[in-house]
Design a binder for this molecule. Structure first.
Ligand code: R7I
Ligand code: MG
Length: 301
């Protein structure tokens, strides 16, 4: 959770074009001068608080928390923002999630908040992936949006278990071999052996806000940085541009899952909003037992 928050908050100032950066220049600091976290961290916090309160994966509770926490200034994607405002007005999340697009969103908003599920269910990659899928489905009904979350949750679980980067890519590839997911894994594997230029990475794997054009990129960035200082991961993410907060959040979460919050640089933790609160929440969550069964069944096929 802390790795995710650092990647999110310290990537956010580099997101998008000149206009988006200017807006974030005005909005992106707290009153005490810390870097603000965005929707990636806010929704991760919602998941943690829901699991703590319900001691189970309760998608109705989660939808209400996502909707209550929504703030326009945290940079939510436009589809997610409209969907959450609609839930706040009383629409059932199962209806609201397909109001913009008939199949639901294929954005990376489900994937960016999935690492927490991989951390909690790290002993079982399949369960982590299923929980990622279920939690994504509240806002991202599209199969691509859900798959992005499964992939990130599965990869995070494998990072906690200490699997090698190559083994992690192979595990993910074995479970996501159908189009459009079939093509990126060979590239991620090749890039782990021979790092591409920034331009090649951007062109081949992407830096956009869709799951298909950001999750393989974040997987590559996170896995190829596991044995490097966290600062390297941040500067490589920033160089890529595009959806920098989500790329930073997803890659930062993989690094954090491997090394733990105490290994993250203190000077960066000091610069980001409410890292202490997040760490406290994570410790509380690690100490309780969660009934995953009914929640996962409620997610449907
Ligand atoms: O996925 P989401 O919650 O957030 C995307 C990113 C995150 O990194 C946030 O931090 C923020 O920076 O934005 O947002 P959505 O609005 O659900 O999806 C992102 C975008 O993908 C949408 O605004 C659309 O442009 C596009 N999109 C689609 N376009 C056509 N058809 C998503 N789903 C569809 C679709 O089905
Ligand atoms: Mg964000």
């Amino acid at each position: 959770m802390v790795g995710l928050a650092l990647g999110d908050a310290l990537g956010a100032p580099f997101e998008g074009g000149p206009l988006e950066r200017l807006v974030w220049w005005g909005l992106g600091r707290t009153r005490d001068g810390r870097h603000r976290t965005t929707d990636d961290t806010a929704m991760t916090r919602d998941i943690a608080e829901s699991l703590l309160a319900c001691r189970a994966l309760d998608l109705d509770d989660l939808a209400q928390r996502f909707a209550r926490s929504y703030r326009w200034h945290r940079g939510y994607g436009p589809g997610a923002a409209a969907m959450l405002r609609s839930v706040r007005r009383g629409t059932d999340w199962r209806v609201a999630r397909t109001a913009q697009w008939p199949e639901g969103s294929w954005g990376n908003g489900g994937a960016m908040r999935a690492p927490i599920l991989g951390a909690l269910l790290h002993e079982d990659g399949g369960a982590a992936a299923a929980a990622g899928d279920a939690v994504a489905s509240v806002t991202h009904a599209h199969p691509e949006g859900r798959a992005g979350a499964s992939i990130l949750a599965r990869a995070t679980a494998a990072c906690v278990r200490g699997a090698s980067p190559v083994a992690i890519v192979e595990e993910v590839a074995a479970h996501h071999a159908d189009p459009p997911w079939a093509s990126p894994w060979g590239l991620v594997r090749a890039f782990l052996d021979a790092p591409p230029s920034v331009a090649t990475l951007r062109k081949e794997l992407g830096n956009e806000i869709t799951a298909i054009r950001s999750v393989p990129t974040a997987l590559y960035l996170g896995l190829s940085s596991l044995d490097e200082p966290f600062e390297h991961l941040l500067s490589r993410t920033r160089a890529l541009g595009g959806d920098d907060d989500a790329l930073g959040a997803m890659a930062g979460a993989l690094w954090g899952a491997r090394h733990g919050a105490s290994a993250l640089p203190q000077h960066l933790k000091d610069r980001v909003e409410d890292v202490g609160g997040l760490a406290h929440l994570a410790r509380s969550l690690a100490g309780v037992s969660i009934d995953w069964g009914p929640g996962l069944r409620a997610a449907g096929p």
